[in-house]
Design a protein around this ligand. Sequence first.
Ligand code: AMP
Length: 632
Amino acid sequence: MGSFADFHARSINDRDAFWAEQAKLVDWKVQPQQICDYSNPPFAKWFVGGETNLCHNAVDRHLAERADQPALIFVSTETDTEKTYSYRELHAEVQRMAAILQDLGVVKGDRVLIYMPMIAEAAFAMLACVRLGAIHSVVFGGFASHSLASRIEDASPKVIISADAGSRSGKVVAYKPLLDEAIQLSAHKPANVIMVDRQLAPFTPVAGRDMDYATERAQHMDAVVPCVWVESTHPSYTLYTSGTTGKPKGVQRDTGGYTVALAASMPNIFEGKPGGTFFCTSDIGWVVGHSYIIYGPLIGGMATILYEGLPIRPDGGIWWSLVEKYKVNVMFSAPTAIRVLKKQDPALLTKYDLSSLQALFLAGEPLDEPTAKWISEGLNGKAIIDNYWQTETGWPILSICNGVEKAPSKFGSPGKAIYGYNVKLVDDQTGDELTGAHQKGVLTIEGPLPPGNLQTIWGDDERFVKTYWKTVPNKLVYNTFDWAVRDEDGYFFILGRTDDVINVAGHRLGTREIEESISSHPNIAEVAVVGVADQLKGQVAMAFAIAKDASGLGDATARLKLEGEVMKVVDKQLGAVARPSRVFFVSALPKTRSGKLLRRAIQAVAEGREPGDLTTMDDPAALQQIVDQIKG
Ligand code: AMP
């Protein structure tokens, strides 16, 4: 085992040789001619001239050696279903789905939108798309009609694959009415909708548009659909994420770079071995789900568990029972889930045989020290590995790479810059690099971004450049929009976002999107949404609104009624994930004299902190109202 410092240095200083070596981990139909083309910064092209296929690398290439080994283990504690698909069976299911898509005219480059709960068919759908060179766009099942509509409109899919319903805590969540409404709202209409009917929520198919998956599948039981070899730079998928405007950004990923990045991450970061089992508790609607429920483990020849349900149902031991049953080696979850488990009986952590488990990876939001300590002690000193990344990057930016060199974790830190990432902390005002220990700066990455990172924003190169690369003064660097410090050992500590993005239970939400939704209520004149620290979810959204007609709002019942109505609007348009925890009514919002909302001051007082410099504030009484509301 070499040193991690050398490994990292080589990935930056001898970039092409380093990644040429990693590229050997995957199958190519045509070998790349050039490793990295960065002649047009900040657009990086990886493995130029190479031809490959993501589905081939995730499924087909394993048939020779591990056809009968488990590939996909579907577990639903919502419907009490457990079903294991071997690589051979997964291969057959993916070809059936691909054949249905082919029948509907889906070809390379077409978009297919996937709006599905956590069921095996969602994995078949994703793999079938990339098999054909079609570009999938998975939309999180917790999003409602408006969020879905804006994504349909932006991705303009030929086909949508969906299901009648999801289920949460035993309660059926019907998807079809939300989907129908979203298609109605969207200017773009898909030609067809493939419906997986779980028989959870009755629905009426739209004639000529909707098709039943089971019926179609039955026609294609013996389907043979070869992988379509695509250029390395061909987009594999888009995934929408929130930014500072109301319009979500379609993060666009390539094929070859992503395949190589995930393939390399398995031995180097996760220490996942072929034949082992990976259990990632995220959702296919998020980037972690794309990379580490579906593609990463399968590329690595592992079995992957796709879990529908809560971590505490039927009880708080369910995940650990799955670790025992399926001999899970690598587990990946989010701090919020661990905080939820922390409220359960600690004996559940020692009830099952966890000897197979090597490490628990946690990402998506800051991992607080008490939670890290609790789980580390509860799991008897197993490695707990905090890692930091973003939808945009597709795989971790910061972590420790035990597969390269064993390194200790430090509580509160997601670790060091991973190979391939040339991370720099910079001064937000001058763009100057901060090299000293414990200096607070903006975490940036020097181009080219490593393989697997976003190529651009779908259909909007200009927004890609403007948003990510032109926001640090005097420098063309990728901005993560996170504050951070680094200690003398090179370990980073993330201190929160520099922009208006908030993180609720590991879910990234734009406050602007929530504000736009709330403003659509007929009695709301203006609103500010901020993220407020929360013990369980990390942050929650809190809204401070000015009513158009506030005449009745002196009365607590009337306030509660309007608050409930506002929450319903958000539920209906964006989904319950975006619902603010509270909506307070005020007569003015704190602003600067030039009319800019003082979000940081609002957030500070909502968290009971000092508001900071208020010399530019227009109306001090407005901030006092917020303090009073919170206290009240
Ligand atoms: P998403 O794109 O939804 O994965 O959200 C990315 C954002 O989540 C980052 O920009 C960070 O603000 C936050 N984040 C992700 N992982 C971590 C981590 N390990 N520690 C602290 N913050 C994190």
